[in-house]
Write a protein that binds this ligand. Structure first.
Ligand SMILES: Cc1cc2nc3c(=O)[nH]c(=O)nc-3n(C[C@H](O)[C@H](O)[C@H](O)COP(=O)(O)O)c2cc1C
Length: 196
């Protein structure tokens, strides 16, 4: 999607549309609750989810981690019209766990984790399953978000709930359109009451 509202979100630049406070938070963005540390972890195969994740990180004053596949996805890998393409094969196999390049050393420091991804065949890409199984998310608050051509977040949320420890607190996730702007994302992030 190339639709861009130059009034509200010039280009897909993260910093330019928003005035920042001296501590680098967007103007009007409340401070996080004392002691709450927030991480936005995302996978974006074709770059659509990436700016959404960046906006959430800015709105929630969070750290950002890109889930990078150890083996990058080529255009052929993502050609869902080819039933044998890598992405399709992975989605057809609930046990597929594509490897992630890099890791989060200080996961224990975070209280709240946003997990972002595209929707592939109605649910989260299997590399997201790799992610949630790699780390101990016990006791954390987790929020799932996605971009898609139209499919919603609910199947991914229920899949991830089944893979995560039972004491995770789940806040309702959200699907964003490719052209979601910063205001929409800030409004949603604030509605989660991670901030005071
Ligand atoms: C293999 C594959 C399967 C997809 N399946 C769906 C789907 O079931 N429903 C949907 O709405 N979009 C589907 N899409 C579209 C992506 O969810 C959408 O383009 C998304 O915004 C891409 O995000 P990204 O650029 O961050 O990877 C699929 C895309 C691929 C590559």
């Amino acid at each position: 999607c190339t639709a861009e509202n130059t009034e509200k979100t010039p280009g897909r630049e993260l910093k330019s549309p928003v005035a920042v406070t001296p501590d680098n938070r967007p103007a009007g963005s409340p401070a996080p609750k004392a002691g709450v540390r927030v991480l936005v972890a995302y996978f974006s195969a074709t770059g659509t989810t990436k700016p959404i994740a960046e906006y959430i990180a800015e709105a929630a004053d969070a750290d950002l981690f890109e889930i990078v596949p150890a083996e990058p996805y080529s255009a052929d890998d993502l050609n869902y019209n080819d039933n044998g393409c890598r992405a399709n094969r992975e989605q057809q196999n609930n046990d597929a766990r594509p490897a992630i390049s890099g890791s989060i050393e200080n996961m224990g420091d975070y209280d709240v984790i946003f997990i972002g991804h595209p929707i592939w065949w109605g649910e989260e890409p299997r590399i997201i399953d790799t992610f949630v199984e790699t780390y101990d998310l016990s006791g954390k608050t987790v929020i799932d978000f996605c971009t898609s051509g139209g499919s919603g977040i609910s199947q991914s949320e229920s899949n991830l709930k089944a893979l995560c420890p039972g004491d995770v607190t789940w806040l309702t996730g959200k699907r964003f359109a490719a052209n979601a702007d910063y205001e929409e994302i800030q409004e949603w992030t604030e509605s989660l009451s991670l901030t005071e």
